[in-house]
Design a protein around this ligand. Sequence first.
Ligand code: TYM
Length: 345
Amino acid sequence: MSQTPADYSGPQRVLSGMQPTGQLHLGNYLGALKNWVSLQDDGAWDCFYCVVDMHAITMPHDPALLPDSVRSAAAAYIASGVDPSKSAIFAQSAVRAHAELAWIFNCVARLGWLERMTQFKDKAGKDKERASVGLFTYPVLQAADILVYKATHVPVGEDQKQHLELCRDIAARFNRDYGKGEAIFPTTEPVIQGPGARIMSLRDGSAKMSKSDVSDNSRINLDDDADKIAKKIKKAKTDPEPLPATVEELDKRPEASNLVGIYAALTGTSKADVLGEFGGEGFGKFKPALADVAVQYLAPISDEYRRLIGDKAEIDRVLAAGAEQASEVAEPVVAEARKLVGFWG
Ligand code: TYM
């Protein structure tokens, strides 16, 4: 993994987050959660994993449902292997320093930088005049989430690349304008790796697997049981050709490429390895093998998720302890930023 620049001598920290808007799915797991767990288990980093409920209100939402959605995401983190005794798990809104640093960063980021963000354009749709201002400044809050811990590494899926570049721009601009060029904030490294970095819909190989897709068959949810997982793989869209021998040929076939990528990501191998085993075989043979692997990896997560979600008190205890741990790190950082911009008190 790439290193933080030599001019930054602070601790190596990891931060990442997910929106509590709908059930987490295989894309969230392979693109992010799986790497969260590896970084945590590596032991070289302090890890902070939040549920970004402040980002969730940038789009229309039901306030009555939000707290349970936060619990659900936290339960999915833990079921996936994020261990509360090793990593801080918390709700973003419980650590006020995120909002405070976000305001400072709103005054550091430039309008032109935000106007280039493709996720805003996708989410706002045609009628961007009616989008919330929060949706527009969403990536600034994301930068605050990261830099309020001076996080050096951020494990995410490929779709977050542009937001992480903006985070680096904000850090550099802050350091220049308020830090006299000193590295107050680090140049954060995105950790985007492996064949799981971009998982596509099971119904359409050109669309990202997403919580907002109307078709439940387009994704494998982290609370799907073994039977559902196998059925969704059986129904997944494919083409009539057998699997090719090379990755170059595979890349021209989006649905086939996605299924091979999922197999590779789940088993910790590469697409080339999977083709080495299944090249020349039809989907009649490959799909059952993929279903077996998916059930073997995901059914225990789904079982653990369903056990945990029944124990609200335990989840709330984890979130409270995580918020306390996170605040201890974030408060001094925001205090330093306040001082540097000249705030009162
Ligand atoms: P969100 O909630 O959309 O997604 C959470 C994480 O899952 C990854 N992901 C995927 N990876 C591979 N294939 C897919 N189909 C797929 N769909 C989602 C995302 O890349 C992400 O890593 N803006 C962020 C949340 C956020 C955040 C942060 C992330 C807020 N503050 C600070 C990192 C650091 C988001 O909307 O993620």
